[in-house]
Design a protein around this ligand. Structure first.
Ligand code: ADP
Length: 360
């Protein structure tokens, strides 16, 4: 197998190379041949250099275009989500604060037996706020946020995933404290060993686990958050590294009510009675946070559509011409926006949570 790896190692796939950046450029030879890098790549490299003007060791053998991609596309300079934007999920917020935010803010207190796990898994149905939690953690802990979807590593970065993973962890270690959020982590760390599993995806997984191991043992302030709606597909190695596993369930009645109010109030459109809000909440059992957002959006079109029906032209329509959003708007919207999660899926999460989840 070693020979095969060697041969593959030299293969540079014909994707994502921009102009004069051939994909063969490493920083070492880039240093000798600076013209090979375009201005934006150079700027990006400069920002990562230490006070001595040198690139940190970890980044030296990586391709500049991958480092640039991580810095520009994966690194999010302003995640812009706060705890108070997230409805419900009090248990998750409490766990995350203790396990992640305090240690990132006060590393000196979280040493030795208090040293935190470096891997967190958020699992549950889609659209329930897992990504929001990741962003909020970065915001609250004043950490740099990196977002990558694991499926893009296998689909968009065919054959280059390993290198991108190295660049990702390399840049993160220069930007500590850092939070690396890996969406759909099951597609990277799944236990499926089908015959069709490619050598390349096995290597990608190994590389990923090696990188995790690296910062787990060191004093680096990097937290890895994996998110998945298929936790049952994760294998034992993945579970072992994602030490804290939090179930992010569908929003409760109170959380749904909060989402409706919060979104409408932001636009000055909230005028529902408590009774009407309760009715909407009763009718939206099983809706995810994301479904609720879509429902509110659809309902908020009601007053606009009605005003236009009365003959007012869209160009002349004033905000004052529109009535507030009411229960009937929601009842209509409920016909359009159906829940995206089937209730029988939930049993799988509950069972997995009982077996592997962090319950307290
Ligand atoms: P996930 O990562 O679990 O698939 P996201 O965090 O991306 O879901 O949520 C998608 C959108 O749904 C968010 O941008 C937000 O508008 C809404 N949403 C989901 N869950 C919540 C929540 N608990 N509180 C407020 N909004 C939510």
């Amino acid at each position: 197998n070693y020979t095969r790896r060697g041969v593959r190692g030299n293969f540079v796939p014909p994707i994502r190379s921009n102009g004069n950046n051939t994909g063969h450029t490493t920083l070492r030879n880039a240093g000798k041949n600076e013209d090979a890098l375009d201005d934006s790549t150079k700027r990006c490299m400069e920002l990562l250099c230490g006070p001595d003007g040198q690139l940190p060791e970890k980044l030296r053998n990586l391709e500049p275009r991958l480092i640039e991609h991580v810095s520009n596309e994966i690194m999010d300079r302003d995640p812009n989500v706060r705890w108070e934007d997230i409805a419900g999920l009090d248990h998750a917020k409490k766990c995350v604060t203790e396990m992640v935010i305090w240690p990132l803010l006060r590393p000196d207190l979280f040493k030795g037996c208090r040293s935190p796990g470096r891997g967190l898994l958020l699992f549950g149905p889609p659209g329930t706020g897992k990504t929001m939690i990741g962003k909020a953690i970065a915001g609250e802990a004043k950490a740099t946020f990196f977002y990558i979807s694991a499926s893009s590593l296998t689909s968009k970065w065919i054959g280059e995933g390993e290198k991108l993973v190295r660049a990702l962890f390399g840049v993160a270690s220069c930007r500590q404290p850092a939070v690396i959020f890996v969406d759909e982590i099951d597609s990277l760390l799944s236990q499926r060993k089908s015959e069709g599993e490619h050598e390349s995806s096995r290597r990608l997984k190994t590389q990923f686990l090696i990188e995790m191991e690296g910062f787990d043992s060191g004093s680096e302030q990097i937290l890895l958050i994996g998110a998945t709606n298929r936790p049952q597909e994760l294998d034992e190695a993945a579970r072992r590294r994602l030490t804290k596993r939090l179930y992010i369930p569908l929003p409760t009645t109170e959380a749904r009510s909060w989402i409706i109010k919060n979104i409408l109030e932001k636009d000055g459109l909230f005028n529902l009675s408590n009774e009407d809000t309760d009715t909407i909440c009763r009718l939206t059992e099983g809706y995810s946070g994301s479904d609720m957002k879509n429902l509110v959006k659809d309902a908020s079109m009601g007053p606009l559509r009605e005003a236009l029906k009365q003959g007012i032209e869209i160009t002349k329509l004033k905000k004052e011409d529109m009535r507030p959003v009411n229960l009937q708007d929601f009842e209509k919207a409920l016909q359009e926006v159906r829940p995206s999660v089937s209730l029988n899926e939930l049993g799988t999460y509950v069972k997995w949570n009982e077996q592997f989840g962090s319950l307290s």
